[in-house]
Design a protein around this ligand. Structure first.
Ligand code: ZN
Length: 503
């Protein structure tokens, strides 16, 4: 094999892998949006075979030989090719440590788990989900042992979602944040509560869909390459490459703000995914680099921009036009009242509905449970009781049932253990990105006009276009030009909410 042949094979391999991923991602999207509920087994059959083929392709001797040859001849590779080889080899060396039958069985387990989670949540019956969840935690522990025998299993999984992340970093990060957030929440509780009644009423789905479309246009989403579906749990996925991105939302007929902010959040993910440089399509460098950086973008648009005074002022006339006739309180709301309503702080049960201030405490509950379960210190059967205890301790709320408690998120049914901390990290990254951006751009002037072009361009040039080329810590370093600190996020929260609550 000469170097040019190997490079050609590298391109073909990634192109074929993206085709298998295209099929798998489409199946997952269909499962969440449109597939009839009795079809899980049928889908599991196809997923099993496609995953097996993908596994064979990416771990074959021929593949490994080619990658190792390129790795040995690094000096002949471009920087992009070096990074591709690094990422592929890292994945393949790990995957090879997992026996193929176990890998395939795991893919089928996840299909069964998602199918079990839905009725379990609907009926608030943890027992329906417990057996598959036990198997998922056991399998994730076992896989971590195969892939990184010298690492604690939970550290292995944290690192999978955020390169370099471990329990030590998370513990320090959460402790620093908790020290600042808990006293802030106490002060807010002691102050008078803001009135959010203008967000509640009757909001037909068709009008909310119109608002979704308006938001996607405002944010600069290219609808020729991105479409919105509806699901129980909103998410974003790209199909095969950044040329086809799907986002979803969940409409509540009595509250339009829930879907409104979901659409802004998922559109933030979509902008990031869709803006990889075109030369990265059908390679492993296409798309977002890590979950933390991804959440830094989605939560950036949702909260730092979406819930800012200038943007809510911009939105108010539009929501009045769409919903005002049937909702007198909204029709009468002043810009100040609307801004305060969408920023109401109240310890609550559901993470995805949580305000900016209490949000990280929801993440900490999940982090504690995952950490202890992966260390063998907590059994899955005890999750509901532990969940309820931690919600009482951290947020001071009583969990009435598992639907509003331990069964609320879909992540564990998808095998995503170690994902949650990235939401909190992303929120904090985002605050520091905004501080940096505001040195160059008057974001408030842009938002007042509903014009995202300069903001998007900044993100594209600094973060999005590179896809997975830079590691997460390199992205932070390049963009921030100073060390990351959770205090920037805490400062932002203190300033904003002291104004809103008159603290
Ligand atoms: Zn997200």
């Amino acid at each position: 094999m000469n170097i040019n042949e190997a490079k050609e094979k590298l391109a073909v391999l990634q192109s074929r892998m993206s085709a298998y991923n295209h099929a798998l991602e489409l199946i997952f999207y269909d499962e969440a949006t449109a597939a009839p509920k009795g079809t899980a087994e049928n889908r599991g059959h196809a997923i099993g075979i496609l995953s097996e083929e993908l596994y064979r392709l990416s771990t074959s001797e021929e593949t490994l030989e080619m990658l190792e040859f390129l790795d040995e001849n690094k000096e002949e590779l471009s920087d992009k090719e070096k990074r591709m080889v690094f990422l592929l080899l890292k994945d393949i060396r790990q995957m090879q440590k997992i026996p193929m039958n176990e890998y395939t069985h795991y893919q089928e387990l996840l299909t069964a788990a998602f199918a079990a989670w839905i009725p379990a949540k609907e009926n608030s019956d943890f027992e329906l989900f417990r057996p598959v969840l036990e198997e998922i935690f056991e399998t994730n522990k076992r896989f971590a042992g195969y892939c990184a025998p010298d690492m604690a299993p939970y550290d292995y999984w944290l690192d999978q979602y955020e390169d370099g992340l471990n329990m030590k970093t998370c513990d320090e990060f959460f402790a620093a944040l908790k020290n600042r957030i808990v006293p802030l929440i106490e002060k807010i509780k002691a102050a008078g509560q803001v009135d959010d009644s203008c967000l509640w009423g009757s909001f037909p789905e068709s009008s909310q869909a119109e608002l979704s479309s308006f938001l996607m246009d405002t944010m600069g989403i290219d609808k020729d390459h991105c479409i919105l579906g509806t699901t129980e749990h909103p998410f974003t996925t790209s199909i095969g490459s950044h040329f086809d991105t799907r986002i979803t939302t969940h409409y509540m007929e009595d509250n339009f703000a829930s879907s409104m902010f979901s659409v802004i959040h998922e559109s933030g993910h979509a902008l990031y995914d869709m803006s990889s440089d075109d030369s990265l399509a059908y390679t492993v460098l296409d798309g977002g680099v890590s979950m933390g950086i991804h959440e830094s973008q989605s939560r950036f648009y949702e909260n730092l921009l979406g819930r800012s005074r200038t943007f809510t002022d911009f939105l108010l006339p539009k929501v009045k036009e769409l919903f005002g006739d049937e909702n007198p309180k909204l029709a009468a709301a002043t810009p100040e009242e609307f801004y305060k309503a969408v920023n109401k702080v109240e310890p609550s049960l559901i993470r995805t509905e949580a305000d900016e201030v209490t949000y990280c405490l929801h993440v900490m509950v999940r982090y504690e449970i995952e950490k202890r379960a992966m260390a063998g210190e907590l059994e899955v059967k005890d999750f509901p009781a532990e969940w309820n205890r931690l919600y009482k301790e951290y947020l001071g709320v009583d969990v009435p049932d598992d639907k509003h408690g331990v069964l609320q998120d879909s992540h564990w049914s998808g095998g995503s253990i170690g994902y949650f901390p990235s939401y909190a990290l992303g929120s904090a990254y985002g605050a520091q990105f905004l501080k940096k951006m505001q040195e160059e751009i008057d974001t408030d002037a842009c938002l007042a006009k509903g014009d995202f072009s300069r903001i998007n361009e900044w993100n594209k040039e600094k973060i999005w276009k590179f896809g997975r080329f830079y590691k997460p810590d390199e992205v932070l370093e390049r963009v921030l030009e100073e060390p990351f600190s959770p205090d920037v996020y805490a400062d932002y929260l203190e300033k904003k909410y002291s104004e809103i609550y008159g603290l």
